[in-house]
Design a protein around this ligand. Structure first.
Ligand SMILES: [Ca+2]
Ligand SMILES: [Ca+2]
Ligand SMILES: [Ca+2]
Length: 132
């Protein structure tokens, strides 16, 4: 009985946690984030690109004030599902969904490799985009 109620609590908490993390999911490409192209994202660059300070701190694992490619890849390994920006849950990103999350039309066309009008997870993975 106790186990079941724990399960229930966990199930009840999950959507809430998910929601608070993705209230307004945003995306940015590495090339946008790393404005001066030194293969590191300084805090200044991150904040300028609209990344919240809390997210920056979360990715900057060694706390040295800049995000290395290694740190970025570690973050991407855990946070790379397009589900958080796929608001209508059809498993692909429409242009409207992409633009709402912070992509430009031109960037959308580049990522939509087969020109289907949607970005699939597979297409997304070929890009250098970060979701937070
Ligand atoms: Ca940089
Ligand atoms: Ca760092
Ligand atoms: Ca969608």
């Amino acid at each position: 009985m106790k186990f079941i109620s724990y399960l229930f609590i966990a199930a009840a908490l999950l959507p809430v946690t998910g929601y608070s993390q993705t209230t307004a999911p945003k995306i940015a490409s590495l090339s946008t984030l790393d404005a001066n192209k030194d293969q590191k994202i300084s805090k200044e660059e991150a904040l300028k690109a609209g990344m919240p300070e809390a997210t920056f701190k979360q990715i900057d694992k060694d706390n040295n004030g800049s995000i290395s490619i290694t740190e970025l890849n570690a973050y991407k390994a855990q946070n790379n599902s397009i589900a958080s920006i796929d608001t209508d849950k059809d498993k692909k990103i429409s242009k409207a969904e992409a633009i709402k999350a912070g992509m430009t039309e031109q960037e959308f066309r580049i990522l939509d490799k087969d020109n289907s009008g949607f970005i699939t997870q597979q297409e997304w993975d070929t890009g250098d985009w970060i979701i937070w």
